[in-house]
Design a binder for this molecule. Sequence first.
Ligand SMILES: Nc1ncnc2c1ncn2[C@@H]1O[C@H](COP(=O)(O)OP(=O)(O)O)[C@@H](O)[C@H]1O
Ligand SMILES: [Mg+2]
Length: 232
Amino acid sequence: EEKSEFMSFASHQVKGPLTNVKVATSMLLAGDFGPLPDQIKEIVKGLYDTAEKAIPMVQNFLDISKLEQSGGMQFDKKPIDIRQVAEEVMSGQKITAEAKGLGLEFSVSPEGNFTVNADPTKIKEVIFNLIDNAIKYTPRGKVEVTLRADGQNKKVLLSVRDSGVGLTADDLVRLFTKFGRGKDAKRVNTHSSGLGLYLARQIVDAHGGRIWAESEGSGSGSVFTVELPTDR
Ligand SMILES: Nc1ncnc2c1ncn2[C@@H]1O[C@H](COP(=O)(O)OP(=O)(O)O)[C@@H](O)[C@H]1O
Ligand SMILES: [Mg+2]
């Protein structure tokens, strides 16, 4: 308990300055202070990328420590349009996908109710992690995000399909556990914590939903789906 409290304090203290770095470097890159020489631009871009990668990681530490404290994770639930949340996350990750030469497609079925009673920040973290993973674990090809409403069962389903490294049967049981990582993923990306999907499952459970993964095996890509109950 004491250790978790310290972790959450420390993560919180680190997140602020990292966010400042991200904001300042993005302003520099946007040319808010005039054009930058190419060499400087490269350095600033590097700083921006570092902050951008570190912030979700620190956020995961914050969530984990909250989860392990007696109060657990707190959710500030209100009616939100899941389409809007998904779109926001997607637009933030477009650049990352493009830089890797990956396609990033979004399709929403036009009809239905997409309003869920949820904590927008937490749901955003879940969707962010799924798309971040799909991009991270896909060396080439594309990432397709689809959103549809299942009116009959009063649910919305968001799927993230990629053409990446795929998952083995062993991986499938491990992924959603704390620090759980897949076999092939370790080769593709060594800088990761294996906390994202564990947290995603806790968050989705707390919203009365489900999250699962499917894959035809190593090298065949993966599909991750989140299902959440709608308000009516
Ligand atoms: N789209 C994906 N394709 C292949 N493996 C994946 C994908 N998403 C998640 N994984 C596997 O699940 C593990 C856990 O994911 P996550 O908890 O988000 O951790 P991290 O992003 O830190 O690797 C990953 O390390 C990887 O092995
Ligand atoms: Mg992740």
